[in-house]
Design a protein around this ligand. Sequence first.
Ligand code: SF4
Length: 259
Amino acid sequence: MPTFLFDKIIFGPVKSRRLGVSLGINLLPVDSKLCSFDCIYCECGLNTGYENKKVSLPTRKGVAGELSKKLSGMVEKNMPPDVITFAGNGEPTLHPEFNGIIDDTIELRNKYCPDARIAVLSNASRLDNKNVFNALLKVDDNIQKLDSGLKETILTLDRPNYRFDLNKTVEQLKNFNGKVTIQTMFVKGMFDEKIIDNTTQEDIEAWLKLLEYIKPGSVMIYTIERDTPFDSLHKVSLDELNKIAQKAESKGFKTLVSG
Ligand code: SF4
């Protein structure tokens, strides 16, 4: 039940289940979540109305300054990160200077730790913005959310706060021409007196069909790790995740499982 906010622009390094030793960048407010989705499983908690207000976001200059300081310190201690990850308190691509921040990050990575990867964890809600789309093409790990092949399931689980069009999102994901990883959170439980389960045969079949259409470079599947806003949600077993992964692998997709 108690959820978690990052209270800094640069956080970690943390050992990430999916990415290795990860230095995080939070482009969202440090005191509240800001997202174009309001996923019922969000470990940052629920939206608080910030999305309709003028909020204070870190500046491009501020992010570059903090990142430069942190990377030079890590390299001095001979502990460079495996990956620099844009994640944090919401959707990173909502930042109006996202494209420029990615350019700065690439420059700083090349200067201090050229072997580190740059990853963005995103919910695919801003792919219609050319600057965002092009910025995502520049990073090493462009990781985009697709929680089901069924629109109804996505609406229940992810609760986008804009007019969500699954077909449009799928076309945009396909336009990456394989330079994208699809991330899918599997979860079960109850919400609003409805059964929540995106592991049903119908969901998985539709999801596999969309993967075959999008042709991502890889797939990441995972389940709840920390507390979520609702106690009525629970993890999907590792055994079940592995079975889903086998189905994706049988279609030719390299699939990473985090249980
Ligand atoms: S997309 Fe990510 S940050 Fe946004 S509500 Fe969902 S889990 Fe939370």
